[in-house]
Structures are given as C-alpha cells and as structure tokens.
Design a binder for this molecule. Sequence first.
Ligand code: ATP
Ligand code: SKM
Ligand code: MG
Length: 180
Amino acid sequence: MAPRAVIVGPPGSGKTTVGRLLAEALSVGFRDTDADVETRAGTSVSDIFSAHGEAAFRAMEEESVAVALAEHEGVLALGGGAVLSETTRALLAGHPVVFLAVGMAEGVRRTGMSSARPLLAGFNPRATYKALLDARLPIYREVATLEVDTDGSDPPAVAAEIARRLADLADDAAAPEPGP
Ligand SMILES: Nc1ncnc2c1ncn2[C@@H]1O[C@H](COP(=O)(O)OP(=O)(O)OP(=O)(O)O)[C@@H](O)[C@H]1O
Ligand SMILES: O=C(O)C1=C[C@@H](O)[C@@H](O)[C@H](O)C1
Ligand SMILES: [Mg+2]
C-alpha cells in the first residue's frame, strides 16, 4: 500500500493544516515527516538545526520520508525542504503528490517570524522566503501530480479542492481508453 496523497510545498503553504483536513475528509490517517523526525530525534526541528545543522536534519528527513512512504496509507505531509533530496524525488515518482502553492506575501504572512521555522528566522524573512520560493518552485512542480493555489482559499476549501481533484484523477484512471 502507499499514501493516498503526499503533500509538498513551502513553509506556510498549509501542508500540516490542510493535510490533516484532507485526511479527515478521506477518513484516513495523517502523518507529517517533520513530526516523525522530531519523534526519532527526541527534540524539535529548530533544535536539530541549531545543535546539528541543516545537513544533519536533511539526512534524518530523507530517512523518515522513505520510511513513511513505505508504511503510511493515509495522507502524508513532507517537510517543506524534503524535495531537495534527489533520493526523495525519485521515491515520489508514481505517488499522487499535491503541491500547495502560496505567493510570497501570503507565505510570509502565514509564517511570520516564528522561530519554529529555522530557515526563515533570519534578519529578512521576506527576502529569504522569496529566495526559497524562486529556488524551489521548479522542484515542487517537477514532483507534483496536482498543484493547488492556496492564496485566497481557507484550509477547508483547499482540502475540499484537493479531495475533488484526486477523485477526478481516480475517475480518469478508471475510465476505459477511448476507441479508435
Ligand atoms: N489556506 C490557508 N489560508 C490561511 N491560512 C492558512 C492556510 N493554510 C495554512 N494556513 C495557516 O498558515 C500557518 C502555517 O500552516 P502550516 O503549519 O499548515 O504550514 P506548513 O506548510 O505545514 O509549514 P511547514 O513547512 O513549516 O511545516 C498556520 O497558522 C495555518 O493555520
Ligand atoms: O522548507 C524547509 O526547508 C523546512 C520546512 C519545515 O517543514 C521543516 O522541515 C524545516 O523547518 C525546514
Ligand atoms: Mg508543517
């Protein structure tokens, strides 16, 4: 078995919030690789970054994503930077991957100055967020089966749109090939 949906996107795109709602709507479990890493490390993502550095976090994340992809049958939210790993991108092939898109202004508004997001905790979160979006947009699009714009839609509306589009994809996959 495999996840019903894997959610990717930048910090603040709503992977955790929307992923949970989508799991409820589909009556399946929800899992978040950031939480898995924290459980395995016994400490928070920001503590891992400050004590061991980003590379150590990425190694733990890569391993946690591989385990969760193999084990989890519900909705799986990945950490925002998990797709930076080529190994992870290869593992995502063939899974239904939903990219939650968000614009810079809204993404910065949602993430605020939270120190829980170590990559955005610097001097100029706006510039940092823009650089992150510019660098990652092609990568999110490369792995995604569906892209959903979350600007101007609240989390329940985003979850409902994903559920509808996943059902449409499943219908398309089940439809017989058109005749000659
Ligand atoms: N569509 C939305 N509209 C308005 N606010 C939203 C939306 N989606 C998420 N939020 C809010 O944005 C904040 C960040 O959401 P969330 O933690 O789910 O993002 P994330 O993608 O999981 O981020 P991270 O990569 O840091 O784990 C939360 O306060 C959440 O309530
Ligand atoms: O976008 C990122 O690189 C990150 C997002 C979060 O989910 C965490 O995985 C961590 O803060 C790094
Ligand atoms: Mg999250």
